[in-house]
Design a protein around this ligand. Structure first.
Ligand SMILES: NC(=O)c1ccc[n+]([C@@H]2O[C@H](COP(=O)([O-])OP(=O)(O)OC[C@H]3O[C@@H](n4cnc5c(N)ncnc54)[C@H](O)[C@@H]3O)[C@@H](O)[C@H]2O)c1
Ligand SMILES: [Zn+2]
Length: 372
């Protein structure tokens, strides 16, 4: 295959028969047609996207597919978390069937994590499984949700409770697409980038601290940050594809974060990545309080998250929070409780996270009370 602009980075995800590449390039959308034509001869394409992305990025993709002579149909859904529903799943699957896409055709998810999760699940079940390609357009989707094969929708019983593991055939991360992403969404995705440094790669965290201005501005440092984050997630996924062990480390900051998202009604008050930023700060503070982590690390992490425009404390959340008991109920629901003990991702400092299965619920509760 001859491409005019070679990719800056390719991360290979070695999952045997389901192995695939993540290509990170500033023109990944513009060169998608050429790349897809070479990879899937004769295939037709269904593109699932949302209204915002249809406006901001779909024209680039259509121009690229048209230039390569690839046939396509578009399925445009409303933007927002509420789209990850049975109703919109049905809309997507019906549109796939109405467009007469066959098993060897390709579904493209063009959008953030909402579209990636929904379209991936639609691909997993339409015609008993179709191939799909992720073209993530939010930072969160580029470094997190498009890697790893988890797909699905929300149910009235909770988030992400219905779904399937279905790996994409290819991921195209176009960092130029992030130029149209609202800054608050960029910051929220950046929290997940920082997470990979905090889990097990202090050098990456220090590199992020030093290079943040350039990452925010775009350019080579942004591509490198995305590539290093994808590589980090891919390593964990390959080790633990179906999440029975080490993949739990990716939940650093997420137990507190999910409880706060729930407490704020999954609303605009707190985006997922913002909850994760506060959750990571709290996980480090809590670890420091238990004497596990040095307290200067807590300050350093909070300073970097703040520099990236992220909240780090409960007080940073606009509006009132429910009582600590309600937060504890959410935490207990998120993590299985056995005899008053919770499973948490704790840390011995920057880059030294670990899974702790015996955290006392009472200790978490008094910690949260002191944080209010
Ligand atoms: N599958 C997984 O492993 C996994 C992991 C993490 C998160 N998720 C899921 O991801 C979802 C969150 O993803 P998200 O943060 O990307 O949310 P999202 O898909 O709602 O995107 C955020 C907002 O940005 C807009 N947008 C996206 N790209 C844009 C662009 N380039 N230009 C302009 N606007 C753009 C979207 O329309 C939306 O309004 C949640 O549903 C979460 O459960 C899944
Ligand atoms: Zn997350």
């Amino acid at each position: 295959m001859s491409l005019q602009h070679p990719p800056l980075h390719t991360v290979h995800v070695p999952l045997g028969e389901r192995a695939y590449d993540i290509v990170i390039a500033p023109d990944a959308i513009d060169s998608a047609g050429e790349r897809l034509a070479a990879m899937f001869p004769g295939a037709r394409y269904g593109i699932v996207t949302d209204q915002n992305v249809a406006e901001a990025q779909l024209p680039r993709l259509l121009a690229s597919l048209d230039a390569a002579g690839l046939a396509h149909a578009e399925i445009v859904l409303p933007a927002g978390e509420a789209t990850k529903s049975w109703t919109h799943l049905q809309t997507a699957v019906d549109a796939i069937l109405a467009a007469r896409l066959e098993r060897n055709d390709i579904l493209i998810a063009l959008g953030g994590g909402v579209i990636g999760d929904l379209a991936g699940f639609a691909a997993a079940i339409a015609r008993r499984g179709m191939d799909f390609v992720q073209i993530p357009t939010s930072l969160l989707a580029q470094v997190d949700s498009s890697v790893g094969g988890k797909t699905g929708i929300n149910s009235g019983h909770g988030k992400n409770l219905v779904g399937a593991f279905h790996q994409p055939r290819l991921v195209l991360a176009d960092q130029q697409a992030l130029d149209t992403l609202p800054p608050r969404q960029f910051a929220a995705g950046y929290a997940e980038v920082v997470k990979y440094g905090l889990i097990d790669d202090e050098d990456f965290f220090f590199w992020l601290e030093a290079n943040y201005p350039e990452i925010a501005a775009g350019g080579p440092a942004r591509a490198e940050a995305i590539a290093r984050a994808c590589a980090a997630k891919a390593r964990v996924v390959v080790e633990d594809e179906k999440e029975t062990g080490v993949r739990a480390l990716l939940n650093l900051g997420h137990t507190f974060g999910h409880a706060l998202e729930k407490a704020t009604g999954y609303s605009d008050r707190l985006l997922h990545g913002e909850g994760v930023a506060i959750g990571m700060a709290l996980a480090h503070r809590f670890s420091a309080r238990l004497g596990l982590a040095p307290s200067q690390d807590v300050g350093r992490i909070e300073a970097h998250l703040k520099a990236a425009g992220l909240p780090t404390t409960l007080a940073d959340i606009p509006g009132d929070l429910p009582p600590t008991d309600t937060l504890m109920d959410a935490i207990a629901q998120d993590k299985k409780v056995s005899r008053g003990a919770l499973t948490f991702i704790l840390t011995r400092g920057i880059g030294k996270a670990f899974i702790e299965r015996g955290v006392e619920a009472q200790a978490v509760k008094s910690f949260l009370e002191d944080m209010r």
